[in-house]
Design a protein around this ligand. Structure first.
Ligand code: 13P
Length: 252
């Protein structure tokens, strides 16, 4: 089964509005002819309109790094699905480990956010992954399966084509340590089997599973060669046009 590769940039809490605009311009100039892979950027909220000004209605998708699950109202400091779409977003990241760990997002919150995003017609990239301690204690499979099952509880099957999974081992994020292609592939395989159990074989075969955690131009090729790795969610190396452009063109 051939799945279209996805290369995504998580800019996290970085870049000024001007820097985001310049980066978006450079990406578009270097990726406008690409039609055999998906490219998505996730700027921070205030930078979304600048990126959308350049990228809206192009082949590069734009996503929020988070949203709140309520529709609107008195939730100071939060951003709704409608507001993300209004600003030009097509996608949203949900359950990033930095949200789960620093902001204490629990399974139920992640589940509610996924439902709100999907019913608002946003495409969801759900992040899962184990901590260093869990990794060292052999708990990776248990953690990842729990995160998937809780996230997708009562999620409507009609939305399956609007979902992606990003496997991001927390110990590999921003540390320069990457899971070996073999280890990453093993966990991706577990994720696909879990998706099969939750949603059935067709969905499991079609859903793209990205790897994230210190992806760089010099390791992407070996990761992308693995059968179950369909893309990369990139933090640090997505902040410079040159390295992200080379990641987008990883096999060219
Ligand atoms: P790094 O590529 O900086 O390790 O970040 C990965 C990540 O968390 C992407 O969401």
């Amino acid at each position: 089964m051939k799945r279209v590769p996805v290369i995504a940039a998580n800019w996290k809490m970085n870049l000024s509005i001007k820097e985001a605009e310049n980066l978006a311009k450079e990406l578009w100039e270097n990726a406008k002819d690409i039609d055999d892979r998906e490219i998505i950027v996730f700027p921070s909220f205030l930078q979304i309109p600048a990126a959308a000004g350049i990228l809206k209605n192009t082949n590069i998708g734009i996503g929020g790094q988070n949203l709140y699950f309520e529709e609107n109202g008195a939730f100071t400091g939060e951003i709704s699905a409608f507001q993300l779409k209004d600003a030009g977003c097509t996608h949203v990241l949900i359950g990033h480990s930095e949200r789960r760990h620093y902001f204490k997002e629990d399974y139920e919150t992640v589940n509610k956010k996924i439902k709100r995003a999907l019913s608002s017609d946003l495409k969801v990239m759900l992040c899962v992954g184990e901590s260093l301690e869990e990794h060292e204690n052999g708990l990776t499979e248990m953690v990842v399966v729990d995160e998937l099952e809780s996230a997708f509880k009562n999620v409507n099957m009609n939305y399956l084509e609007n979902m992606y999974i990003a496997y991001e081992p927390i110990w590999a994020i921003g540390t320069g340590k990457t899971a070996t292609p073999k280890d990453a592939s093993h966990v991706h395989n577990i994720i696909r089997k879990t998706l099969n159990r939750i949603f059935g074989q067709k969905a499991a075969l079609e859903m793209r599973i990205l790897y994230g955690g210190s992806v760089k131009p010099d390791n992407i090729v070996s990761l992308m060669k693995q059968d179950d790795i369909d893309g990369a969610l990139v933090g640090g190396a997505s902040l410079e046009a040159k390295s992200f452009i080379s990641l987008i063109h990883f096999d060219k």
